[in-house]
Write a protein that binds this ligand. Structure first.
Ligand SMILES: Cc1cc2nc3c(=O)[nH]c(=O)nc-3n(C[C@H](O)[C@H](O)[C@H](O)COP(=O)(O)OP(=O)(O)OC[C@H]3O[C@@H](n4cnc5c(N)ncnc54)[C@H](O)[C@@H]3O)c2cc1C
Length: 502
């Protein structure tokens, strides 16, 4: 039989938020993009609590703002936590941060099968060749680089697609990332999540009724995410020491965890677990945090969970997936359109992506340290960090996805840089042993954050056109005015000067 080989500029593996974002942004630049998705959408996925940076940043760039408003997702104004030394639950609002402007101080709680489908349909509308029930099996190579994929189509026929670039956005379960490098697991975040769905759970009074609620208990912590007026996603994240409990059966284990967390037991007092349909099972995921030792090799780039994953307490997964997709699309667009150097573009991609991952990692390590029940297994041997009102703003900026998206004219009003810097410094108290694979990297996370905040503040004050910016890293690149490509600093200044001169 004759072998069928098609040609594209870019092939994207996976139609989750990472894959559809990267594919759409490249199609918007008129590139020929093929997206291969193994499943038939809508398909189930965990990861329902989103951040303002995704909603007002990436989704806006994708042209989805209006559709999202119409979709009827629950509005999330912030998070409520029963955590740390405070016996009462405490709440942060995205509006607390002066870095997040008031109209953008919310995100959504989403049913992922609906949200991901919306993003995938949008990719097709924007010109991506989207093929569902198509599974990538192998990568294709030419000397020194990846040059395409081999996949099985919906009829079971094996085909090939050649491309200048392959984006691996296939999530945490496929093994294609191995070609890029080793996956390095965190010693600190080695947890297991057991989760299901409940009808009739209680709601906090407005305006907190759409908040995510995270409640610490002896074995770990719970998430409680309102997905509609009546449907709630509930998950227990527990240390791997407790995996034995699951041997008694998921239902029994879940009920035991709920019983040992009074706040969740109270919220679910009159609720029933959903036992049918897509939400009908109790699922288990090992949510070990990891990062690949590299994020790209010539011809192949990793985005989203294929590249790295971090404990879900700050709902950062979809944000990191879509942000890395933006950075990857920017890099590929610059190489294909502007003939920029591949190593230089992907170098910028990787540095920015790693920095964002590290921001969350460092904060999370501190956040876990806040728990004071030293006699519990889960929190044992972790340092205690006291919290107070003053650090809330810095905290909120980060948990809104603000540190990366400050670079996109999305969230900022007026930033009191020095104050936030001071507050963040209090949170910098990270236990090096807890984050071993970052221990040599002494690079100034705060300086970068503050630098980026300054850029955005400037940008926000001049509207949608970007001012000539400074790179985030010495000698690095800056985003183009439309945010879709990279620019050299010198050419950006030249352009700015030219437009001033008319
Ligand atoms: C317990 C838990 C709770 C979480 N909670 C949150 C949360 O509240 N908020 C949040 O933002 N994130 C959360 N996350 C993280 C979130 O689930 C992920 O970070 C996010 O889904 C990553 O998106 P992605 O596009 O990289 O991958 P995915 O969403 O996994 O998409 C990958 C796609 O690739 C397809 N695919 C796989 N292999 C192939 C192949 N060979 N060929 C073709 N297609 C393929 C899959 O079918 C899938 O559709 C949570 C994660 C866990 C484990």
């Amino acid at each position: 039989m004759q072998e069928i080989t098609e040609e594209f500029e870019v092939v994207v593996i996976g139609g989750g938020p990472g894959g559809s974002t990267a594919a759409t942004l490249l199609a918007m630049q008129n590139h020929r993009v093929l997206l291969l998705e193994r499943d038939k959408f809508p398909r189930y996925q965990i990861g329902e609590s989103l951040l303002p940076a995704t909603i007002h940043g990436i989704c806006n760039l994708l042209g989805l703002s209006e559709e999202l408003k119409q979709a009827g997702f629950v509005r999330k104004l912030g998070g409520t936590f029963k955590w740390g030394n405070n016996p009462e639950p405490w709440t942060f609002n995205f509006s607390t941060a002066s870095t997040v402007s008031a109209p953008k101080a919310y995100a959504y709680q989403v049913e992922r099968q609906k949200f991901d489908h919306l993003l995938l349909r949008n990719a097709a509308h924007k010109g991506v060749d989207v093929r569902e029930q198509h599974t990538v099996k192998e990568l294709l190579f030419e000397p020194g680089r990846v040059c395409g994929v081999e996949f099985v189509d919906a009829d079971g026929t094996t085909r090939k697609a050649k491309a200048r670039y392959v984006i691996d956005a296939s999530g945490n379960q496929s093994r294609l990332y191995q070609l890029v490098g080793e996956r390095i697991y965190s010693n600190f975040f080695q947890n297991l999540a057991l989760f299901g769905y409940y009808e009739g759970g209680k709601r906090f009074p407005p305006p907190r009724d759409g908040n995510i609620f995270c409640a610490a208990f002896n074995e770990g912590w719970f998430w409680y995410i309102p997905l509609s007026d009546t449907l709630t996603s509930v998950g227990a994240v527990v240390s791997k020491q407790f995996s034995d409990r699951l041997k008694l059966g998921h239902e029994k284990a879940m009920n035991e965890f709920i019983a040992s967390c009074p706040e969740i037991a109270n919220l679910l007092e009159n609720a029933n677990r959903v036992t049918e349909g897509v939400y009908g099972e109790l699922r288990v995921r090992r949510d070990w945090s990891y990062t690949n030792e590299r994020f790209w090799v010539p011809g192949l780039v990793l985005v989203g969970d294929a590249a790295c994953f971090i404990d879900p307490v700050f709902s950062s997964g979809v944000h990191l997936a879509t942000y890395s997709a933006l950075l990857a699309a920017r890099s590929i667009g610059s190489i294909l359109n502007d003939e920029m150097d591949e190593t230089r573009c992907f170098g910028e991609f990787e540095k920015r992506y790693r920095r964002e991952f590290k921001n969350f990692y460092d904060f999370l390590t501190s956040f876990y340290d806040m728990h004071q029940h030293e006699d519990s297994y889960f929190w044992k041997a972790r340092k205690i960090l006291r919290t107070d009102e003053s650090i809330q703003e810095a905290f909120v900026t980060l948990v809104a996805g603000g540190s990366s998206m400050l670079d996109e004219d999305l969230l900022v009003d007026n930033t009191n840089i020095d104050r936030i810097k001071g507050e963040l410094e209090q949170l910098e108290n990270v236990d090096e042993d807890a984050a071993p694979y970052f221990s040599d990297e002494k690079e100034a996370f705060l300086d970068v954050l503050v630098e980026e905040a300054t850029q955005i503040q400037t940008q926000a004050s001049v509207g949608s056109k970007r001012a000539a910016e400074k790179p985030l890293f010495e000698g690095g690149l800056i985003p183009s005015a439309d945010g879709l490509r990279w620019r050299e600093l010198a050419s950006s200044y030249a352009n700015a000067e030219q437009s001033v001169l008319g």
